[in-house]
Design a protein around this ligand. Structure first.
Ligand SMILES: NC(=O)c1ccc[n+]([C@@H]2O[C@H](COP(=O)([O-])OP(=O)(O)OC[C@H]3O[C@@H](n4cnc5c(N)ncnc54)[C@H](OP(=O)(O)O)[C@@H]3O)[C@@H](O)[C@H]2O)c1
Length: 186
């Protein structure tokens, strides 16, 4: 098995909704800043992290933030040739999660691999042998959604804490949420 570990990072509301109409169901600036910090920070300043996403999540990134800066953007699609023609230089388009892992393995300047959605890509990441942790922001409210985070098998993933992730309740625009981390234990 390759040594590349996959971290998932997502924000989900009480019904596990993560998206609606190709967008997020909420606007939470500090939560977005957390996503940026977690996916960007590296220990070795000569390296970058990779963010792996489905083609629809790629399409959902507002133009001024696309590609996600200071990270290697990897887009998964079944139409590799067509999408490759459309993305800016430096964005990697691949046909599946194993191809992404192989790419990361071959590029030693990549420090960590973050799976950033959407639904089916989270599922691929979560079920993959290389999956290590799920960073899930649990928003304490229900939003109308058409895209959902897959069920987490609580026998397989256990809650942990890390020094760089606050455990206390976060409140923004009167919306409460918690930063949770689930680690695969078997
Ligand atoms: N709350 C959060 O944390 C969060 C995070 C990410 C996204 N979102 C939201 O989620 C929504 C987008 O997610 P989504 O679930 O609709 O789409 P998605 O997973 O981002 O993208 C789906 C696309 O990925 C490609 N794909 C899927 N499985 C594949 C496989 N096995 N191999 C190769 N390519 C594959 C296909 O692209 P082609 O059609 O090109 O073949 C498919 O149409 C948006 O609303 C977005 O705002 C929320």
């Amino acid at each position: 098995m390759s040594k590349v570990k996959l971290n998932l990072i997502a924000a989900a509301c009480e019904n596990m909704g993560i998206g609606i109409n190709g967008d997020l169901p909420w606007r939470l600036k500090n939560e977005m800043a957390y996503f940026t910090r977690m996916t960007t920070n590296v220990q070795d300043k000569n390296k970058v992290n990779a963010v792996i996403m489905g083609r629809r999540t790629w399409d959902s990134i507002p133009p001024k933030y696309s590609p996600l800066q200071d990270r290697l953007n990897i887009v998964l699609t079944r139409k590799v040739e067509a999408i490759r023609e459309k993305v800016p230089e430096g964005v990697i388009v691949l046909s599946g999660i194993d191809e992404a892992i192989e790419y990361i393995e071959e590029h030693k300047n990549i420090e960590s691999a973050w799976v950033i959605g959407g639904s089916s890509i989270y599922k691929l990441g979560m079920d993959h042998a290389n999956c290590d942790k799920i960073y899930l922001t649990e928003i304490q409210k229900t939003y109308e959604s058409d895209t959902f985070f897959p069920d987490i098998d609580k026998d397989k993933f256990k809650l942990i804490t890390e020094d760089n992730v606050p455990t206390e309740r976060q409140t923004e625009n009167r919306i409460d949420y918690f930063f949770r981390i689930y680690k695969k234990v078997c």
